[in-house]
Structures are given as structure tokens and as C-alpha cells.
Design a protein around this ligand. Sequence first.
Ligand code: C2E
Ligand code: MG
Ligand code: MG
Ligand code: MG
Length: 295
Amino acid sequence: QAKRNGGDRIDIFNPATRSEGEGRLPLETDLRMAIDRKQISVFYQPITRLANNQLAGFEALMRWDHPTRGRLGAEDFIPIAEETGLIVELGSYVLSQALEQAAEWHRALPRVRDPLFVSVNVSSRQLFRQDLVQEIRHLLARETVPRGTLRLEITESLLMENPERAVEMLEWLRSFGARIALDDFGTGYCSLSYLHRFPCDTIKVDRSLVRDGGLTGTSPLILKSIVALAHDLEKEVVAEGIETKDHADYLRTLDCEFGQGFYYGEPMSVKQVAALLHALNSHKGRREEPEETGT
Ligand code: C2E
Ligand code: MG
Ligand code: MG
Ligand code: MG
């Protein structure tokens, strides 16, 4: 069809070309209305304490129920949200929802010894805004949750944009009782040398390190070194992307504190979380090793 209309020229009416170029603008326009139209929801993925396989908290992950494209995962729209600045509004929404939920979980599971935490991703547009600190202070005052309930996940690349300012912001946030987790650790290039400079409590090892090679190759050695270094710096470690029992077992031998991944549970809706907590409550907070799926 393109040929008939003029050789190699890209024909904007060619359906194939159009569906590719369609992406950006309409999606951006739709995203501007998505919160008001209640299309944005927050899913929660379990984070498990490896030593006893007990649920320790959840990571909040944004989802968008797009009217024509169906449910979009974070990777499909977070980049647009960041470029357009819409991430600020979306991020505020996730923060308030997540804290509201955490307060709800504490009411649902009063017998658990350590209150469940909620870990929320923060992008640079949000962090470097003057009022994020005020916003979080305000939210923490509104939802009466124990100190340490809120964990903010920050990526290393974000910190490197403006290290001095980042350190200052993180210290403020910590003073209000929020914990800081360094997300996607192991994917950047300056990880180790800068680790001690940033005020953080937790390191989240990226799933690429957990996944690659499982127990063979160099990944186990890198994992082992990262966990050891984190512990030397008195930081806890969450391993992302735990997909098999072998992953969990290996990280447990390294004394890695927490695991997160499909083996322990996929991101789930508020309703599914409520059902899970209800089940845990009736089993007196105990949690069995999940059934292995597949072989
Ligand atoms: P992330 O913070 O590193 O989140 C972990 C991602 O890994 C999630 O993807 C999660 O669904 C996925 N995941 C968890 N366990 C496994 C596993 O066992 N195997 C595999 N293959 N994947 C697993 P998701 O939800 O698509 O989020 C992608 C990224 O988008 C997040 O990466 C985070 O950087 C960003 N994001 C998500 N929600 C928010 C948000 O509310 N605000 C901001 N600023 N960013 C967000
Ligand atoms: Mg994260
Ligand atoms: Mg991560
Ligand atoms: Mg990651």
C-alpha cells in the first residue's frame, strides 16, 4: 500500500505504520484523565522474610485499566508519565492509597509481630519537588502507622542526578519515619562506590541478578558479594525476581533478609490482599512454603 502511494515514503495512512505511531499522544491525553476516571489502581506484591517464609510487607505497583487497551503494566506508561510530569500526580495517588492500605492491613492483622510495611516507588520528578517532604509528613500524620511502615524505593540513577540534594531529601524523609530502599541495585555502573554515601536502609537487588543462571555462572558470586557488602554497611537486602524455590533457598543461605517474586506471589489487587490477610489471620499469621508450580 505504501509503495502505491510513493515508493519508500512512509505513508501515514498505512494501518501498520499508524498503529506504531499511535502510541504516544493519545496515551498521554488518556493518562491525563486516568486518575479522575478511576482507571489507575495500585497492586501489591508480597515481600517475604526468607528466614521464616513469613509475609513482611508489599510493594505498591501501579496499574492502568485503559478503556480500549486493557490493563497496562507500569512499564507501558510510567515512562510517559515521567516525561510529561504526570508522574507527580500519579505518584501522590499511589502514596496515599498505599498508606491507607497499610493502615488497613494493620487493622486486619493485629496479631502479626512486625507490622507489614508498604514499599512505594518514587521517581525523580517526585523526589526533587519541594513539597514531597511535606506531602509525606502530612500522609504519615493522617494514617497512624508505626514508624518504618512506609518504604520509599529510589533508583540509583535518580540519586546520581543530583547527589547532594538527594541526600538532603532522603535524610528529611527518614526523619519522619520513612525508610529508604535503593531499587534495581546491580544494574547501574557506580553502585558499589556510592553505596555508603546515600542514606538508605535497604537494598533491592535487581531481578536480573537473581534470575541469570540461577545457581551457576558468576551471578551467585555477585549476589553473595552484594549481600555481604550491604550487611557490612548495616543495610537489609530484598532480592527481587524470586521465581523458584532454588532462588529462595540460595538467597536464604546468604542471609538475605527478604525475597520478592512470582514464587511468593504476583502483584495482587486490594481484594486479593484482603483475602490473603484473612487466610493468614485464621492460620495465626503462619505461612507455609508456597507450593511449587510446574516441575
Ligand atoms: P520495580 O520497582 O523494580 O518493580 C518490580 C517489577 O518486577 C514489577 O514490574 C513486578 O511486577 C516485576 N516482578 C516482580 N516479581 C517478578 C518475578 O518474579 N519475575 C519477573 N520477571 N518480574 C517480576 P511492574 O509492576 O511492571 O513495574 C515495573 C517498574 O515500573 C517498577 O520496577 C518501577 O520502577 C516502576 N513502577 C511501578 N509502579 C510505580 C509507581 O507507582 N511509581 C513509580 N515512580 N514507578 C513505578
Ligand atoms: Mg520498586
Ligand atoms: Mg525493583
Ligand atoms: Mg527492578
